[in-house]
Design a binder for this molecule. Sequence first.
Ligand code: FEO
Length: 172
Amino acid sequence: MIVKPRVVEAMNAQIQSEFSASQQYIAIAVYFDAESLPDLAAFFYRQAEEERMHAMKFVHFLLDTGAKPLIPVTPELKNEFGGAAEAVEFALNQELKVTDQINNLVKIAREDNDYASLNFLQWFVDEQVEEVDTMTTLLATIKHAGGMLLLVEDFVRRNLANPHGEADAEAE
Ligand code: FEO
């Protein structure tokens, strides 16, 4: 098998994390939707789709390399938030945790001389830099806005509506 057993195991754990992240972002989007903040809601619905895409990248990589992906149940998620800052801070912490997990996957792949996985994982290393940066910026914006969430809505609409740019959207 191309992918080493320890890497397969860690990638299957990652599939669960990515699907959980996707569902968690839906829960955050629903919170903002219920608060009548449609741009923040739309941002998190889009993030949910991205996380689902991340999970599916691992699923297809394992299938393509002859390994067996396991489709998991997602653990209990957080559905109650005390405010916008709390919700986005929760999202940021989730991204930081996923970053640690991706780094750990890279470490295992390197230890086991699994070069196909190392190559595949590089995309996720770059993606996490971008996602942590986006969530950090959003949290800072909420704090700067000091409770005036319509300013945050405007910021999201103008800056985070198409985080990958037009070119990427066309390429997909
Ligand atoms: Fe797929 Fe943002 O972690």
